[in-house]
Design a protein around this ligand. Structure first.
Ligand code: DHE
Length: 534
């Protein structure tokens, strides 16, 4: 185990590294300011015209992330100029080269690295003040309407910020309701499938009753939020924020806040959260940090275990948690690299992670709390959308890649990449089902973004390429509970959910929707189907 002296040396080195980084960023901003002839006022006007609608008038985030120096630590100012001019792969950030010259982009970059006079506080008081209970949760045995509660889908319609409840037997919409602005990440279900929890990019968390068709509570847990996870015992919701650098722990019954956990490293440096997930067999939440190379594990059981497999781990009672009676200790796992995105082995003992800018991925064994293998994953694997299935007698992980036109197939025992399936372009989402011989992957980017590949899970060959709406982005598949149908989104204001027969691959039905993004089947989610995300 690492000695205290070693740890202190590591801490001092980390702080020095951060200081060097801060110095380099400051030097980069000064260089940009010196190089640009666009005035600060003009930069402000450019920001208002081109950036404010997505990133917020006050740079606090909206559809796009908050643009503040404290959130840009991993992006050099010169790289920010490049992003402004050429766009950012795998995000909604478009290229502005046809509207802005390099000088204007430099001025905008200098603006976003300038600290705000004050970043608004969003702690316990603000969260409490935003909390609202909106409807009762009457005792019910099932839905108040005629549908199989296990085969319902939630479809998020990003175009006009609504969600549709879909009957997965009849493939007909049951109800449509307004959501908060820009939901992101998968909604999460309670263990019986009755309640669904949503997070929006601007920090709102809401709880919806699928049986009674009513939003029961909502709360603003952050200013700029990544995603949320719900404990397997239905007691807690954990929210991961980009701004402020916190995790917010909520009571799942009514979303009232329990604790605000600051995300801070040894030297007091703070970090955004990349994402939070629940690990049911471990009775814990697992959080990847974006700006500090650590994974945190936070147990939610009533009697947290300080020891796993005989190993005493590096725990800390963060401020905020201490206020929650010393429960929810944070276990810190130190890594060589950041994790932006990760995937769990089916028993949650392994975390397979990747950083957006890394050359390789890493496999972390959660019991021993350290990296045990590297993954040969270049480009930008989208592990959060990975799936597992059995191929030739072994369990494999299949993941799309946000930068390269390929799907990687990785042996879950040896962690070797056994196949790279070439696709027509980088993809975002991948799906399958236990009852289907096929895995579906979209081609979300580039000239073939209207195409979706269907891959045979045994031959690992693309057996069909579908183009349901030529010229329009097609993406994100989800199966119904039986694996009979595969539902695909046409990401357009005049879009649709296209229902395919999962065996014949023929179109069965087309349901008009407003830029539908993800869809989430109750049964597949609550049973942890290997073909879907969790
Ligand atoms: Fe997502 C899930 C991160 C951009 C649509 N996205 C997730 C998750 C993470 C993530 C960590 C898993 C959270 C969960 O389900 O609890 N997404 C990121 C990024 O880092 C990235 C690349 C940059 C960013 O802007 O944050 C990014 N994502 C996008 C988009 O541009 C998409 C296409 C449109 C949008 O909504 O902004 C998009 N992400 C989604 C969707 C899911 C998602 C639909 C849920 C997938 C699922 O099936 O579970």
């Amino acid at each position: 185990m690492e000695s205290l002296a070693e740890r202190e040396r590591g801490t001092a080195a980390d702080v020095m590294q951060l200081n060097v980084l801060a110095g380099a960023v400051a030097a980069g901003v000064i260089a940009l300011l010196a190089a640009t002839t666009t005035s600060a006022d003009d930069a402000g006007a450019l920001y208002e015209r081109h950036c404010a609608s997505c990133h917020g008038a006050a740079r606090l985030g909206g559809m796009g992330p908050a643009l503040l120096p404290e959130n840009l630590g991993r992006l050099k100012p010169e790289a920010a100029v490049d992003v402004i001019l050429n766009g950012r792969a795998a995000t909604q950030m478009p290229a502005f080269a046809s509207l802005l010259d390099r000088d204007q982009a430099g001025a905008l970059a200098a603006l976003i690295y300038t600290p705000l006079d004050a970043v608004p506080a969003w702690g316990m008081d603000e969260i409490l003040a935003s909390h609202r209970v909106l409807a009762d949760q009457p005792p019910l045995d099932g839905p108040t309407y005629d549908a199989d509660p296990m085969n319902l889908f939630i479809v998020v319609e990003l175009g006009d910020h609504h969600a549709t409840v879909l009957d997965g037997d009849r493939m007909t919409p049951v109800h449509r309701f307004k959501t908060h602005f820009a939901l992101h990440g998968g909604p999460k279900y309670s263990s019986n499938g009755r309640f669904v929890y949503f997070a929006s990019r601007d920090g709102w968390v809401s709880k919806f009753d699928l049986w009674n068709l009513a939003t029961v509570a909502e709360v603003r847990a952050g200013i700029n939020t990544r995603n949320l996870a719900v404990s397997a015992d239905d007691r807690y919701v954990m929210v991961a924020n980009y701004l402020p650098h916190t995790l917010a722990l909520l009571d799942a019954r009514d979303l009232s806040p329990i604790a605000v956990i600051p995300i801070a490293g040894d030297g007091g440096e703070t970090s955004r959260a990349s994402a939070v997930y629940v690990a049911p067999p471990r009775e814990s939440f697992i959080v990847a940090l974006k700006d500090i190379p650590e994974i945190w594990e936070i147990q939610y059981r009533d009697d947290p275990l300080p020891v796993y497999n005989g190993i005493m781990h590096d725990y800390r009672l963060q401020e905020g948690i201490a206020r929650a009676g010393g429960r929810f200790p944070v276990r810190r796992i130190r890594l060589d690299d950041y994790l932006d995105d990760f995937f769990f082995s089916p028993d949650y003992s392994l975390v397979m992670g990747a950083a957006r800018n890394a050359k390789t991925g890493q496999v972390v064994q959660m019991d021993v709390g350290r990296k045990i293998a590297d993954l040969a994953l270049d480009g930008m694997p989208h592990l959060g959308s990975g799936i597992t299935f059995e191929h030739a007698g072994r369990q494999v992980l299949a993941t799309p890649n946000l930068r390269n036109g390929e799907v990687s197939i990785i042996d879950m025992d040896t962690f070797e990449t056994i196949e790279r399936i070439e696709t027509l372009g980088p993809g975002f989402f991948m799906r399958s089902h236990e009852n289907s011989p096929y895995a579906w992957v979209d081609v979300f980017f580039g000239k073939d973004r209207d195409a979706v590949h269907v891959i045979d899970k045994q031959s690992l060959e693309i057996v069909r390429t579908l183009r349901p709406a030529p010229g329009k982005t097609a993406g994100h598949v989800e199966f119904d509970r039986y694996g009979r149908y595969a539902l695909l989104s046409i990401w357009d204001m005049d879009g649709a959910v296209v229902v395919y027969d999962a065996a014949t691959l023929e179109e069965v039905k087309r349901l008009p929707m407003v830029k539908p993004s993800g869809k989430y089947n109750v049964y597949n989610k609550i049973t942890g189907s290997e073909g879907t995300s969790h």
